[in-house]
Design a protein around this ligand. Structure first.
Ligand SMILES: *Cc1c(COP(=O)(O)O)cnc(C)c1O
Length: 412
């Protein structure tokens, strides 16, 4: 045995454990205590995966200091380990926010945030264009006495109108899913703050590469890290960013509700965000090319992309988004799902995938997936029919993406 106390001996027996006290351990103890790792004096270049639910403290004073935030430290896996803390610092930096809580999914970030801030009798005002599960979550809250009214987030008159009576929370998406309509964040935040409401912006389609909603006055920013921040369709994570005064209670509630992610996903997200800038520079430029090409195709009824001059929110997008207009392009065929099946069968590389924002281009069909839980009437109200498709443009060569789409559309 080495004369330097090993990490595990240190943990099990305290810093001054005598080697002779270890010598007569039984086999049953050696299988547990004898995994030896010397404390390293140099650091790994890449943050390790801290796969530990339990964390060791040397004294009760140290427990107090970590709980009270006077000393950095990890309390318990269920409240986040150093990989989560590193990811939270990274997302806070990208959003220019004071604090961030990382959760197991975008929807858990919404759950913790809304449960923390809303109480029975409160009114929420939400954009009409919302991700399907967010709309359903707001429906779920009705049984707890929290009601929701909707408005058009790209129309300042609709915003003012919706906020004539008081509201606790206003919820909008920077770029809506799937109609990719850009919200008038400045008008929404001004009107909300005038009536004392907090603004929650779901920034999942933009990511901090294209928009940092805090700069427009948003109180809280939610990311489905599952999407562009994760960027490889291999993890599920969410985050909420904002001032420490709001995030403190959200952090405790998220841990209490069991909403903190597995460590590996946080570690993967840190690795993925390192390429966010280069991935999105490529994919958003590709999306612009693909959108223009689709707009001139005879089989395509309509193209939705905020970068197109014909898009309903193009001029708003110029003020809200930077470095391009995002990597999601929606388009419409005639409202007939058989046409969609013909397209899918003829595509060689682009697959039907019920998520988006990976490095490879993929298609989804909101009516049967992300917006499946809405009634047909609710879908009709937001223009989603059987021929509506959402294309997530990846980082391949744009000519090859267009080539595959041309092959697919020729069969429609
Ligand atoms: C996917 C998505 C969510 C939900 O995120 P999960 O990580 O899947 O829970 C929320 N909002 C938008 C706009 C999304 O696209």
């Amino acid at each position: 045995m080495s004369s330097t106390p090993s990490l595990f001996a240190f943990i099990a027996n305290g810093p001054l454990c005598a080697e002779d006290a270890m010598a007569d351990k039984s086999f049953a103890s050696r299988v547990i205590w004898d995994a030896q790792s010397k404390r390293s004096i140099n650091d790994p270049a890449v943050l390790p995966i801290y796969q530990s639910a339990g964390w060791v403290f040397r004294s009760l004073d140290e427990v107090d200091a970590v709980y009270e935030g006077r000393q950095p430290g990890t309390i318990y896996g269920g409240s986040g380990v150093p990989d989560h803390q590193a990811l939270e610092a990274l997302v806070s930096s990208l959003h220019g926010s004071e604090d961030t809580v990382v959760t197991a999914a975008g929807m858990s970030a919404f759950t913790a945030t809304i449960i923390s801030l809303a109480k029975s009798g409160d009114r929420i005002v939400a954009a009409r264009d919302l991700y399907g599960n967010t709309s359903r979550l707001l429906d779920d809250l009705r049984k707890f006495g929290v009601t929701t009214d909707t408005f058009d987030a790209s129309d300042p008159a609709s915003v003012t109108d919706a906020l004539r009576s008081s509201a606790r929370l206003v919820i909008v998406e920077t770029i809506s899913n799937p109609r990719v309509r850009v919200a008038d964040l400045t008008a929404v935040c001004r009107a909300a703050h005038e009536c004392g409401a907090l603004v929650i912006v779901d920034n999942s389609l933009a990511s901090p590469y294209h928009c940092q909603p805090v700069r427009f006055g948003a109180d809280l920013v939610i990311e489905s890290i599952t999407k562009f921040l994760g960027g490889h369709m291999d993890l599920t994570l969410g985050s909420v960013s904002g001032p420490a005064s709001l995030l403190g209670p959200i952090r405790l509630l998220a841990a209490r509700l069991g909403l903190i992610s597995a460590t590996l996903d946080a570690w993967l997200a840190i690795r993925s965000i390192a390429t966010l800038d280069v991935r999105l520079a490529r994919s958003s430029a590709n999306a612009g090319e693909v959108a223009s090409w689709l707009a001139s195709h005879s089989k395509v009824r309509a193209v939705h992309y905020p970068g197109l001059a014909t898009h309903a929110t193009h001029s708003l997008a110029k003020g809200v988004l930077e470095r391009g207009y995002g990597s999601v392009v929606s388009f419409e065929l005639e409202p007939d799902r058989r046409l969609v099946d013909r397209l899918l069968a003829a595509l060689a590389h682009i697959k039907l995938v019920l998520s988006f924002a990976g490095v490879s281009t993929s298609l989804s069909h909101p009516a049967t997936s992300s917006h499946r839980s809405l009634t047909a009437d609710q879908r009709r109200a937001i223009g989603i029919h059987d021929g509506f498709l959402r294309l997530s443009v990846g980082v391949e060569n744009p000519a090859d993406i267009i080539g595959d789409l041309a092959r697919g559309l020729a069969a429609v």
